[in-house]
Write a protein that binds this ligand. Structure first.
Ligand SMILES: *Cc1c(COP(=O)(O)O)cnc(C)c1O
Length: 369
């Protein structure tokens, strides 16, 4: 059997009774859209982050879109972010008509190099959008100082960082707003698409609630445009409530997987993930680096091990973003990383024997290079 990067079937077997009970709870509630489960999840997710409000939405991309809309970001505005990210970060900026402006990343963590942010802030800058990529936080303290000095809001892309902390503060608690995805592979995943935005600002909370509900305030009364239908599904919300209680366990299990990689591969020529000081890492992805990446992946494929690259094409070099005018050489650290990175299988239910097979295959392949 091919060993891939993610598989949820064992985990489903473990949680099946609880998940089916979640579905049954919603089906019996008499309220299939925006009922008790969405409200309950929103309360519990806000509380976990120590913020006042959480608005459940349909996916992580729309969490970003609605958050940008709530901030009033639109055509003519610039949003500062990174090119080493999942494309949806930038798709969302583009979807509201704003222009993404990229800064390069820090070489060891491959996260936003916040020291470069002041250099790109101009008259049209409306928002800073850091991405807590792979499962650890950007330098949020430094970014907050920059945002304060320029009177700019921060929208944190937390799609890969549920439960990650920096100096004890959870990802998503420092920004003006934070967007989460609960896509099934994420550290907190639903059984389908789901997302949320958290904030401490009651006005932004109200704006988000309108935006996800056609722009309506009362039933059938549109008070603002544009509106969307971006509601969090009631069944996914109940599943997320059950799974939120196990989030710390999922993270602990991911860390055990990371520890086993470090033990098994620490003495090889692979560069293993670097955890920044003051950060705790939740290992959404376990991203390693090697200059012979393509050859290694090919040799692993011959051994029935299929790995991913997150991300092979920096966003500024992707065809759909050619209109931004970016090109090779713009972001040297990002572009160099993209040539060398690849991801090892990482999920809470990854079995030690399956993991050891990947470790042994990698050791063999590296020894033959
Ligand atoms: C997954 C992801 C998104 C998009 O979330 P969806 O729920 O798939 O729409 C956005 N940003 C980052 C960094 C992601 O990893």
């Amino acid at each position: 059997m091919t060993q891939g990067v993610w598989d949820y079937i064992d985990e489903y077997e473990e949680e099946r009774d609880d998940l089916l009970d979640a579905v049954d709870t919603v089906f019996r509630s008499g309220r299939l859209v925006l009922g008790e489960s969405v409200a309950g999840f929103e309360r519990e997710y806000a509380a976990r982050h120590g913020v006042g409000h959480c608005v459940g939405v349909d996916n992580g991309t729309n969490a970003l879109v609605l958050a940008l809309r709530a901030l009033g970001v639109g055509p003519g505005d610039e949003v500062v972010t990174v090119s080493n990210t999942a494309a949806p970060t930038v798709v969302a900026i583009d979807a509201v008509g704003a222009t993404p402006v990229f800064v390069d990343v820090v070489p060891d963590t491959m996260l936003m190099d916040v020291t470069r942010v002041p250099g790109v802030i101009g008259d049209r800058t409306r928002c800073l959008l850091p991405v807590h990529l792979y499962g650890q936080c950007v330098d949020t303290e430094a970014l907050r100082d920059i945002a304060a000095a320029h009177d700019l809001p921060i929208l944190e892309d937390c799609a890969q960082a549920h439960g990650a902390t920096r100096n004890g503060v959870p990802a998503g608690s420092t920004g003006t707003l934070a967007a989460f995805s609960f896509y099934p592979t994420k550290v907190l995943g639903a059984y389908g698409d789901a997302g949320a935005v958290i904030t401490d600002d009651p006005a932004l909370d109200s704006a988000l609630r309108r935006l996800r509900y056609y722009g309506m305030e009362d039933v059938y009364h549109v008070v603002a445009t544009p509106g969307y239908n971006s509601r969090l599904d009631e069944v996914q919300a109940e599943i997320l409530r059950r799974r939120l209680r196990r989030l710390d366990d999922y993270i602990a299990r991911r860390r055990l997987v990371a520890d086993r990689y470090r033990e098994g591969l620490g003495d090889t020529s692979l560069r293993l993930p670097v955890v920044a000081p003051d950060n705790t890492h939740v290992y959404y992805l376990y991203v390693v680096r090697h200059p012979a990446r393509d050859l290694i992946l090919e040799r692993l494929r011959e051994r029935d091990i299929a790995l991913n690259i997150s991300y092979r094409w920096p966003v500024h070099l992707q065809k759909g973003f050619a209109h931004l005018g970016g090109g090779p050489g713009d972001l040297p650290v990002t572009e160099a990383a993209a040539e060398e990175i690849f991801s090892l299988p990482m999920y809470p239910s990854l079995r030690p024997d399956a993991q050891d097979r990947v470790i042994e295959a990698l050791r063999d392949v590296l020894a033959e290079l």
